[in-house]
Design a protein around this ligand. Structure first.
Ligand code: SF4
Length: 269
């Protein structure tokens, strides 16, 4: 018999619990099958990841060990991106024709620097100010941290990789901007970080990716799984979002233990 989402013994489908289960199941299913969840090739948002081992797993398209937990923050982020794209397109249509290039795909590397063809869809490019804009939807503690300590290097790399992509497409980016929107707050909490476009930062990140690629070729962890230990790890509280995090795993071919137990990861959230 076909089982409907949320079906469970003893739960009435029209009770609050029944409805909650149906909605949760539908959301989880849609999230697991969303294009972003199914994306297999490395993208600009991942290249600056501080953990070389995580990048290596990604480059090898290694089977994941961690489902990533509750997808709600990423669902809110994706929906917000869609809304912002519509708002910028509307601005182009109604107020300032052609000002913003929205969600356009740019070619960051044709393989000449990193050995990989790397492209990605950039949130926006302001043709008037020559600014790359990347939207980030973040929680309160992350917002506080970025304001106090500076933005994540991974974000800075991502923005400059898009800058390089625009440059490859014949534009002349001058500034890269990260627009941080509060996930649970008000528009008044929008905070924007900017810096001068740094081509070298993008090239260095691509060079690092190439070095990891070379290590993978030399170590061949697919044929020799014990070689995974030679790919250095940079464990942090971000391990809990790593698709290859498997707390306590003694076998890196199955998953990486990171440096966190599940309890530590929860308290670090
Ligand atoms: S679990 Fe942590 S240390 Fe291990 S690969 Fe993932 S990010 Fe790196």
């Amino acid at each position: 018999m076909f089982t409907q989402p949320g079906d469970a013994a003893g739960v009435e489908p029209d009770s609050s619990e029944g409805i909650r289960r149906v909605l949760t199941d539908i959301i989880l299913d849609a999230s697991a099958n969303a294009p972003r969840s199914r994306q297999r090739r490395i993208g600009p948002s991942e290249v600056g990841d501080p953990c070389p081992r995580r990048l290596a797993y990604k480059l090898m398209d290694w089977p994941a060990a961690n489902d990533g937990g509750d997808p709600w923050p990423s669902i809110v982020g994706t929906a917000t991106h869609d809304w912002l794209a519509d708002a910028l397109e509307r601005h182009n249509r109604e107020r300032d024709p052609g000002r913003f290039l929205v969600e356009e795909r740019v070619q960051v590397d044709d393989g000449a620097v990193s050995g990989y063809r790397l492209s990605g869809s950039c949130d926006a490019y302001d043709t008037r100010t020559h600014t790359v804009i990347d939207h980030k939807v973040v929680g309160e503690s992350a917002m506080r941290k970025y304001k106090a300590e500076g933005v994540r290097e991974q974000y800075r790399v991502q923005a400059n990789l898009y800058g390089l992509g625009w440059e490859n497409a014949g534009y002349r980016p001058e500034t890269v901007a990260l627009a941080f929107y509060p996930r649970g707050g008000m528009l008044g909490g929008l905070w924007v970080w900017t810096c001068e476009y740094d081509r070298q930062a993008a090239l260095d990140a691509l060079g690092r990716l190439g070095t990891i690629r070379d290590a993978l070729v030399a170590l061949d962890p697919e044929a020799r799984p014990q070689m995974w230990s030679h790919l250095p790890a940079a464990a942090s509280s971000a391990c809990r979002f790593c698709p290859w995090w498997k707390p306590g795993s003694p076998d890196l071919a199955v998953g990486c233990p990171g440096a966190l137990t599940p309890d530590q990861a929860t308290s670090a959230a």
